[in-house]
Design a protein around this ligand. Structure first.
Ligand code: 6PG
Length: 467
């Protein structure tokens, strides 16, 4: 058994078990490790043939089973556990062995671990894995970052197990150090934005058009066969159909409106602030999860204030505006996330290729969408593109949909239906495309009260006025 298994995986939870079975299905011999005997036995049983998939709770057995350089992936909870597992593996490893963290680790943790392990001659990869349990089992999108040469050892396995789009694997070497974790973090920020927008549109259709669950199902399903085709729209259509086991109604109506979060959306927003890149469609999605959590306060506040009576809109008209608005705001959300990646690439030396990132997001991951094909082409046409809104490819798509977004935002405002994602996307668009903004007044105010100086439009230099 010694040194015969191609791939090792620590952490046989749902993601780990599915991922390792995927590796084995693709012709690689895989060995798992977990402290939990039940999980180890469950994997051995599910694997069927221990020559193909084997596992042990014993670290020594695990490490000795692997071909050198060892390729060991960790699918354990992000945070301290990753460090603990690394420390426990270290005494058993040899020079040039490879550890891959497949969790949603914070990117600076990955940088720290990579530098620490490099000193010991071990290669460390932070690899974002998207697609949930199903993705892990049948094809995720994988976003690895780390040492380019060492990636060659991992590449054949990752390319085999990754989702395929147009026959190409949804995995690519993204860059050094924490590039992979960073890209996955922003993927999740975009995921938050798209989810918020999808849910706002649902609210509008329900409150403003009296759409039944059946009609919501049909509407989202129809959208999914058009330009809005995406995993999130697809599952949303299915969600509206789901009957509840515990009542007579549909499950969606029985789910409490308090959204949880594990932090990756918040990290995206926080880091965008640090970089100075505006991502308001993502920021508001994080804020909305926070507002949603204040359920008790919301109930009290609801009783204190009047809300306008909703004037119902014709279903067909509302449906048409909603489709356009969702498409518009999806583009804006991708544009913001990719803008952040473009800037982070320079700031952290990742040398990201945005076309490549759009390409590997086309299948397997949560934000996969037909739109990503166009996004990929926009960055292929101009690799120095920072913001999708500057790509000629997107001008027509935006022109065709922005007026619907204006109409829907004003309808929502007049009727007291909150659409913060949509309105933030619209105001972001209006601001980003304004050659002149009123921030000259802010500069004047800053100079007035704090002598902070200002620049002028007609000559070079820095000026101060005694106001
Ligand atoms: C993915 C997801 C996944 C994430 C969940 C939950 O790409 O498969 O992004 O990594 O953990 O979506 O995230 P929240 O709990 O923060 O909503």
């Amino acid at each position: 058994m010694e040194h015969t298994y191609d791939f090792g995986l620590v952490g046989l939870g749902v993601m780990g078990r599915n991922f390792i079975l995927n590796v084995a299905d693709n012709g690689f011999k895989a060995f798992g490790n977990d402290l939990d005997t039940e999980k180890v036995n469950a994997l051995i049983e599910e694997g069927g043939d221990t020559n193909r998939v084997n596992a042990s709770t014993d670290l020594n057995t695990f490490v000795n089973a692997l071909v050198r350089p060892r390729k060991i992936m960790l699918l354990v909870p992000a945070g301290k556990v990753v460090d603990i597992v690394i420390e426990s593996l270290l005494p058993h490893l040899d020079h040039d062995d490879i550890i891959i963290d497949g969790g949603n680790s914070f990117f600076t943790d990955t940088d720290r671990r990579e530098a620490y392990l490099q000193e010991k001659g071990i290669h460390f990869f932070g690899a974002g894995v998207s697609g949930g349990a199903k993705g892990a089992r049948f094809g995720p999108s994988i976003m690895p970052g780390g040492n380019r040469d060492a990636y060659q050892h991992v590449k054949p396995i990752f390319e085999a197990v990754a989702a395929k789009s147009h026959g190409e694997p949804c995995v690519a070497y993204l860059g050094p150090k924490s590039a992979g974790n960073y890209v996955k973090m922003v993927h999740n920020g975009i995921e938050y934005g798209l989810m918020q927008l999808t849910s706002e549109i649902y609210d509008l259709l329900k409150k403003g058009g009296d759409f039944s669950n059946e009609l919501l199902h049909q509407t989202y399903a129809k959208w999914n066969s058009g330009r809005l085709q995406s995993f999130l729209v697809e599952i949303t259509a299915e969600i509206f159909e789901q009957k509840d086991d515990l009542s007579d109604g549909n499950l969606i109506d029985m789910i409490l409106d308090k959204a949880k979060q594990k932090g990756t959306g918040k990290w995206t927003s926080q880091n965008a602030m640090d970089l100075g890149i505006p991502v308001p469609s993502i920021d508001i999605a994080v804020s909305m999860r926070e507002i949603s959590a204040l359920k008790e306060e919301r109930i009290k506040a609801d009783a204190l204030y009047n809300r306008p009576e909703v004037t119902l809109m014709n279903k067909a008209t509302l449906g048409g505006l909603a489709e356009k608005s969702l498409f518009f705001s999806f583009i804006i959300t991708y544009a913001q996330g990719l803008h952040q990646l473009s800037d982070a690439s320079k700031e952290y030396g990742y040398e990201l290729e945005l076309a490549e990132i759009a390409k590997i997001w086309r299948a397997g991951c949560i934000i996969r969408a037909g739109l990503l094909g166009d996004i990929m082409q926009a960055f292929q046409e101009d690799s120095s593109l920072t913001n999708l809104l500057l790509s000629p490819r997107f001008v027509e798509k935006i022109q065709d949909t922005v007026d619907a977004a204006r109409e829907l935002v004003s309808y929502a405002a007049q009727n007291g239906i909150p659409v913060p994602g949509l309105s933030n996307s619209l105001t972001y668009f209006d601001s980003y495309t304004s050659s002149r903004l009123p921030l000259n007044l802010i500069q004047a105010q800053r100079d007035y009260f704090g002598s902070h100086t200002y620049e002028r439009i007609d000559r070079e230099g820095t000026f101060h006025t005694e106001w």
